[in-house]
Write a protein that binds this ligand. Structure first.
Ligand SMILES: [Mn+2]
Length: 334
């Protein structure tokens, strides 16, 4: 089966042709993932950037900065921090979530760009406002879609590309455990592993690597976990003071909410972390029933994600935001 060629979906073929034409006309192209980039969005941005660079002379920039967990990814060191992003791109490509097109200074670059594209697998993503859209919620990761764009362009599947795509798939499937994992996911992963990548090292770095400050933050959140509605709802929280006293950074939050949702009997987990004073990042996970993407959207206009993993950012302190969202959380598991 591995010998059979990977089938590129028609939408990816169309998007590949449209992107190729747009890049041929462009002087400079900006790629951006979500506000807090993860393994899938970084892998997708960096792999697509390599593919676009091979198409022609346009300058290809990738916006954002990565935490220690992703610093090893090929090309990550060349990413541009947001404060270096000007509003002078001919094409802006948004990957793995569209909320960031609303965030300054990306919003200015997005508004000023004569052409806009999106490559994404979130059900909540709106394609209005984009000239080129490859959005397919059946894809396990945005990296799956980027792989098909690269195939359509005849881009060689080198080791660096295989590492990036594999990292995205491993992140978004939780190491092939989540319900978005399909036979196609495993077939694609097999092709990538066949390139000789160190898949064990990638999985460990992407899913489990945690700084010492991050381990202490995890311990503090778990020690303070609360269970409600007969143990079906788990709530974890951390104030800005707690995070900063431990020296925890943005990369240290990832994965904590999973420990809550895997408590026996829990269907829905909510982690509230005050990332900036007065601004709380809400992470939601469900095991099998609750659609947390819809729940996140109902809690905040910028909220969204996938059916089993979603998030939102809400202004306020942790106690204020918890009081605001708790009735909806409890109702979801009653
Ligand atoms: Mn993704």
């Amino acid at each position: 089966m591995l010998g059979a060629p990977h089938i590129v979906r028609p939408a990816a073929r169309d998007a590949a042709a449209a992107l190729r034409a747009a890049v041929a006309q462009a002087r400079a192209v900006l790629l951006t993932g979500p506000i807090a980039p993860d393994g899938d969005s970084i892998g997708a941005c960096l792999a697509l950037a390599a593919g676009l660079r091979a198409l022609g002379p346009a300058r290809i920039d990738v916006a954002g900065s990565v935490s220690y967990r992703y610093a090893w990814m090929p090309g990550a060191q060349g990413m541009l921090p947001d404060d270096q992003i000007a509003a002078d791109y001919d094409l802006v490509v948004v990957l793995d979530g569209d909320a960031r097109r609303l965030e300054p200074p990306i919003a200015a670059a997005f508004q000023a760009a004569p052409k806009r594209a999106i490559v994404d697998h979130h059900r909540s993503t709106q394609v209005q406002g984009y000239d080129i859209a490859l959005v397919d919620a059946s894809a396990s990761s945005t990296c799956d879609l980027v792989y098909e764009l690269l195939l359509a362009w005849g881009h060689p599947l080198d080791r660096a590309t295989a590492q990036l795509i594999y990292a995205g798939i491993v992140f978004d499937t939780g190491g092939f455990r989540h319900s978005n994992t399909t036979p196609q996911t495993h077939l694609l992963a097999a092709r990538l592993v066949a390139q000789g990548i160190d898949h064990a090292a990638i999985s460990t770095r992407i899913l489990f690597d945690r700084s010492q400050a991050g381990v202490r933050l995890l311990a503090a959140v778990l020690a303070g976990a609360e269970y409600r509605v007969d143990g079906r709802l788990a709530i974890g929280q951390a104030s800005f003071e707690l995070g900063s006293s431990l020296g925890a950074g943005p990369g240290d939050i990832e994965g904590i909410v999973d420990h809550l949702v895997y408590t026996s009997g829990v269907e829905l987990a909510c982690l509230l972390i005050e990332q900036q004073p007065g601004s709380v990042k809400l992470s939601l996970r469900s095991r099998s029933v609750v659609d947390v993407a819809a729940l996140a959207r109902s809690l905040s206009p910028g909220g969204g994600g996938h059916a089993r993993a979603a998030g939102a950012t809400i202004e306020g302190t942790v106690p204020q935001v918890l009081a605001q969202v708790l009735p909806a959380l409890e109702l979801a598991v009653r």
